[in-house]
Write a protein that binds this ligand. Structure first.
Ligand SMILES: [Ca+2]
Ligand SMILES: [Ca+2]
Length: 475
C-alpha cells in the first residue's frame, strides 16, 4: 500500500493554526534542530546520534584500560577495568580522570582469590556502585568449583577491597547453565539490581536479581529479561551494560555480538530502554557503534557524562587489526549543535535521479516519483580509514500508516565498482513524528586499501512515503 500524504504549504499553515487553536504545542511542527543531544532524545526521537570521537581514541593504551565500569565522585571519574595480575590472570584495575580523556592508572585493586577458592582463576569484568561512602564491586569469578559465578568486594576508599564472597551462582539448567558473569549494579531506593549475563553454551543473555541486600538476592521470574535477537548484530550476545536514568526512563547501553564462536563474531554496542528496569525495549537504530570485523571490540560499553556532555565509552580496536589492543574510546551523543559531524553535504546540492528541491532539502513524492535514488554522491575522498558513522537528516509526512521501508541508506565505494560497504533500511515507524527532521545512522568500516577512494552516501527511495532529506554527513 502506498500512502500519499503530501501537504502543500498552505495546508501546513492551516494545520498549524488549527493546532494552535486546540492548544497543541507548535514545537511539534519544528522541522529543524536545535535539539538536545541526550541519550533520551537519541532513543525517543532520533534527535541525536553516536558520533565516534577521532581524537582521544587510544585512552589508557599504556596500561590496557578496557571494559570500564565507572562512578564519578566530586568531579573525579573512577574507572574499574580488566587488568592482568602479576601471575597473568584476569583481575581488576583502577584508573582515574578529571577530564574524561587523561587517565592515571592506580594499578591492580582486586587480584584473583587465594588458591582453592571459587575465584582463584579469575576475578574480573567489574561492575561498580558507590553509595554512602562504600564502593560495591561485583565481578565475574572462575576457579575451584566455579565455571563462572558472581562475587562481591567492598571498600571504603575504592582501592583496598574486602571480599564478601560469591553472591550469585549459576543454575545447572536453562539459560544460565554454562556460567554467569559480566555483572553490573544499579540501586533504586533500598533495592539493589544485579544485572548479569547467563550463557547456555549457545547465547549470552541478560538477567537480573534483586533484593535489599547484595548477599541475599532473588532472580527475577522473567529472566532472561533481555534476549538475543533471532538474527543480526546481537544474535549471539546481549552482554555487559551500563544504565542511566533520564526523564522517567532507564537507558541501557549494552554489548552485543553475532552468533558464536565469539572470538570471530562481529561485536558492537546498542541501546535499550525501560520504565521499571525489568522490561526492556531495544533501540530501532541498533547497533549505535560500528560492528567489528570478526574480532572483539566496540564492546564493554559505559555511559559517562563529562562536563554535561554524554558519551558512550567502549573498548577500542585498531583499524584493520585482527584483534583488540585493549584501550578505550568514546562516542559523543551528538547532533548538529552538539558536536556535529566532521563533513556534511546539503542534499539539495548533491546528485539525484528523482525528486526535487523542497524548502531546505530535497524530497521525493509517491505521486510524482518512481523508486530510485533521491540522492547520491558526494564521491568524497577524505573518509578516515577504520570506523565511521554516516548520518542522514530526514523527515516524513506520516509515521504510522504502515511500517514499510521508506528509504535504504547506503555507503558505497564508487572507486570499487559501487561496492556496498554498509546499508540500513529505515521504516516509516522508525520516525518518531512527522515533519520533523531526525538523524539516521549507518556505521561502517573503511578498510585501509580503500583509503582515498570516492565514497558515496546514497538515499534509495522506495515510493512508500514522502521523504525530505536536508543533508548527509560523516564523522
Ligand atoms: Ca543466537
Ligand atoms: Ca539542506
Amino acid at each position: 500500500m502506498k500512502v500519499r500524504f503530501r501537504f502543500g504549504k498552505s495546508v501546513s499553515i492551516m494545520i498549524l493554526i488549527v493546532a494552535l487553536l486546540f492548544g497543541i504545542s507548535s514545537a511539534s511542527f519544528a522541522t529543524n534542530s536545535p535539539y538536545t543531544a541526550s541519550v533520551s532524545t537519541m532513543f525517543n526521537s532520533n534527535e541525536a546520534f553516536a558520533k565516534l570521537e577521532k581524537t582521544n581514541n587510544n585512552m589508557g593504551a599504556s596500561f590496557d584500560m578496557h571494559y570500564i565500569s565507572t562512578v564519578t565522585i566530586s568531579g573525579t571519574i573512577w574507572a574499574y577495568y580488566i587488568k592482568l595480575t602479576p601471575a597473568g590472570k584476569m583481575g581488576i584495575g583502577l584508573a582515574k580522570s578529571t577530564n574524561g580523556t587523561s587517565w592515571t592508572d592506580n594499578g591492580l585493586v582486586l587480584d584473583v582469590g587465594s588458591s582453592g577458592q571459587w575465584d582463584d582463576n579469575m576475578a574480573s569484568f567489574p561492575g561498580i556502585w558507590y553509595d554512602s561512602g562504600t564502593f560495591y564491586l561485583v565481578y565475574e569469578g572462575t576457579g575451584n568449583g566455579s565455571a563462572g559465578d558472581i562475587g562481591l568486594a567492598t571498600s571504603t576508599n575504592g582501592t583496598n577491597f574486602t571480599r564478601q564472597g560469591r553472591i550469585l551462582t549459576h543454575n545447572t539448567s536453562g539459560w544460565e547453565t554454562a556460567n554467569i558473569g559480566t555483572p553490573s549494579l544499579y540501586k533504586v531506593g533500598s533495592t539493589w539490581y544485579l544485572f548479569y549475563h547467563g550463557y547456555d553454551w549457545t547465547d549470552c543473555r541478560v538477567g537480573v536479581a534483586t533484593g535489599t541486600s547484595l548477599t541475599s538476592l532473588s532472580r527475577n521470574g522473567a529472566n532472561p529479561i533481555i534476549n538475543t535477537s533471532s538474527s543480526g548484530w546481537d544474535s549471539g550476545t546481549v552482554g555487559k551494560r551500563d544504565i542511566i536514568y533520564e526523564n522517567g526512563y532507564y537507558y541501557m547501553v549494552y554489548e552485543g555480538s553475532t552468533d558464536a564462536p565469539f572470538g570471530s563474531a562481529k561485536w558492537s554496542s546498542g541501546l535499550a530502554r525501560s520504565s521499571n528496569l525489568i522490561s526492556w525495549s531495544k533501540y530501532s537504530q541498533n547497533p549505535v557503534l560500528p560492528q567489528t570485523q570478526n574480532y572483539y571490540g566496540n564492546d564493554g560499553p559505559a555511559f559517562i557524562t563529562v562536563s554535561g556532555v554524554p558519551y558512550i565509552y567502549y573498548r577500542g580496536v585498531v583499524p584493520g587489526g585482527g584483534s583488540s589492543d585493549n584501550h578505550t574510546r568514546r562516542a559523543r551523543i551528538a547532533n548538529e549543535l552538539n558536536g556535529g559531524v566532521t563533513n556534511s553535504w546539503e542534499a539539495e546540492s548533491l546528485q539525484h535521479v528523482i525528486g526535487r528541491s523542497d524548502a531546505d532539502g530535497w524530497s521525493a513524492d509517491t505521486g510524482l516519483d518512481l523508486p530510485n535514488y533521491m540522492q547520491y554522491g558526494p564521491y568524497t575522498t577524505v573518509t578516515n580509514v577504520g570506523e565511521n558513522t554516516a548520518v542522514w537528516k530526514l523527515m516524513v509526512d506520516n509515521n504510522n500508516a504502515d511500517n514499510l521501508g521508506v528509504v535504504t541508506l547506503e555507503v558505497v565505494d564508487a572507486s570499487d565498482g559501487g561496492a556496498l560497504l554498509a546499508s540500513r533500511t529505515i521504516t516509516r515507524q522508525q520516525f518518531s513524528s512527522t515533519w520533523h527532521y531526525e538523524f539516521f545512522t549507518v556505521p561502517f568500516y573503511l578498510d585501509s586499501w580503500r583509503s582515498g577512494h570516492q565514497l558515496e552516501y546514497r538515499t534509495l527511495w522506495h515510493q512508500t512515503s514522502y521523504v525530505r532529506e536536508d543533508k548527509v554527513g560523516v564523522n
